[in-house]
Design a protein around this ligand. Structure first.
Ligand SMILES: Nc1ncnc2c1ncn2[C@@H]1O[C@H](COP(=O)(O)OP(=O)(O)O)[C@@H](O)[C@H]1O
Ligand SMILES: O=C(OP(=O)(O)O)[C@H](O)COP(=O)(O)O
Length: 403
């Protein structure tokens, strides 16, 4: 069990570096609001009430992706949630950032630029190595303490997650504390009946190992999204290939082909794969096709109606359901059916339920589902499923006051 140092232990009026996770969807070039902003604003509001001067550190997307953009809009969204100004500097640890940090007064909030735009943040390395990066060596001396609030990125051994707490006085923010406590309690629960995981989304690299690691806990996996298509590809179907400018499939296939094939062979009886998929035809209409009738040239954007109904039946007959990742591109109403059908079935069912993922959790309010019909909606995705396996999260471990 981790013992955090809570922010209550901070003397008022400190200069704080606060790591949050507002990694967001970007639709038509616009950063989308989400629960992540609202939840982290609560931590920052509490810190402001104690006259701290705050610099916020966060990431957005991954280098090379369309969603790898500046945090300028994130600063505005955070300011809206806080109802308090949030300054933005388009620099992370260069002269402009240091000057803006120098100017910080008690009660100020400054958002630094996307930390993944800075060398040293990536790749994943040991905390001691990340602590030696220019990023950490430059910023750490500017602050009295570090506040780790980014539970949803705590599975990444990146400089802003593990490097700073390795060398600074470090505290856990409210989101970190609450998510850790809730998910640890969920991990330790036992259920009187079948446990189902709905596993979708784009980050197959986070999802694939989960099947093996949760084999004592989860009885049935309902697969969809990019994850489901990669399992179908492993099963010999003409699905799960990059088409046109997509880069979601082939590199994940190349890196995880063996894992996909091994899981499929070992756990076939508990893996439920889509039997039909939906795509956009030349007229922009949703069209469904059985997986046997697919061709490699077609990008699929949702599971089909037969699959969605089958998964809905499975979740209704479960004692607990864990959702990580969506079954399709729910941001487009034409391709939301799979995700919404299954979420609605969970909401109506008499089961314990957790919906996770920065993107996936947004489907709940977007399609007018009632948050109260789910046991918990977590803003973490990969971190939450990793935590369910019992594996430690590096970013949590670095905040453990007994380490
Ligand atoms: N077949 C698909 N093709 C492309 N994107 C997909 C597909 N299915 C789901 N998605 C996308 O997956 C995203 C959620 O995936 P991911 O980021 O892995 O999950 P989360 O952030 O919820 O943990 C959604 O925004 C959705 O648009
Ligand atoms: O959005 C995140 O994770 P999630 O999609 O698993 O919820 C975190 O910000 C981690 O981002 P990353 O998966 O690019 O390291």
């Amino acid at each position: 069990m981790t013992t955090f140092r809570p922010i209550d232990n901070l003397d008022p009026g400190q200069r704080l570096l606060v790591r949050i996770d507002v990694n967001a969807a970007v639709e038509d070039g616009t950063v989308q609001d989400s629960r992540r902003f609202a939840r982290h604003a609560e931590t920052i509001r509490e810190l402001l009430a104690n006259d701290h001067a705050i610099a916020v550190l966060a990431h957005q997307g991954r280098p090379g992706e369309d969603t790898f953009v500046s945090l300028a809009e994130h600063a505005e969204l955070l300011a809206d949630h806080l109802d308090h100004p949030v300054a933005f500097v388009s620099d992370t640890c260069g002269e402009d950032a240091l000057s803006a940090i120098d100017d910080l007064e008690p009660g100020d909030v400054l958002c630094l630029e996307n930390v993944r735009m800075r060398d040293g943040e990536l790749p994943e390395e040991e905390p001691a190595t990340k602590a030696e990066t220019d990023l950490v060596r430059t910023l750490a001396p500017e602050f009295d303490a570090y506040v780790g609030d980014a539970y949803s990125a705590a599975h990444r051994s990146h400089a802003s997650i593990v490097g700073f707490p390795h060398v600074m006085d470090a505290y856990a923010g409210r989101v970190m504390e609450q998510e850790y406590t809730a998910i640890t309690a969920i991990r330790d629960r036992s259920f009187d009946g079948p446990v189902t995981m709905v596993l979708g989304g784009t980050k197959a690299e986070d999802a694939i190992p989960i099947v093996e690691q949760l084999d004592d806990t989860v009885d049935r996996f309902c697969l969809g999204g990019v994850v489901g298509e990669l399992f179908l590809r492993a099963d010999g179907y003409a699905v799960g290939y990059d088409v046109a400018d997509s880069s979601l499939f082939d590199h994940q296939w190349d890196n995880h082909r063996d894992d996909l094939e091994r899981s499929l062979e070992a756990y076939r009886d508990r893996l439920y794969l889509p039997t039909d998929l939906a795509f956009e035809d030349d007229d922009g209409e949703r069209v469904e096709v059985a997986v046997e009738g697919t061709t490699k040239e077609r990008p699929f954007l949702d599971v089909g109606t037969e699959t969605a109904n089958r998964y809905a039946d499975i979740v209704v007959n479960s004692a607990a359901v864990f959702v990580k990742g969506s079954l399709g591109v729910f941001e487009d109403e034409r391709f939301a059916d799979g995700t919404v059908t299954v979420l609605a079935a969970i909401a109506e069912a008499d089961c314990f339920s957790v919906v996770g993922g920065g993107d996936t959790a947004r489907a709940v309010e977007r399609y007018d589902l009632d948050e109260g019909d789910f046991s918990r909606i977590t803003i973490a995705g990969g971190a939450y499923v990793r935590a369910l396996t019992g594996d430690p999260l590096v970013g949590v471990d670095e905040l453990d006051s007994e380490n």
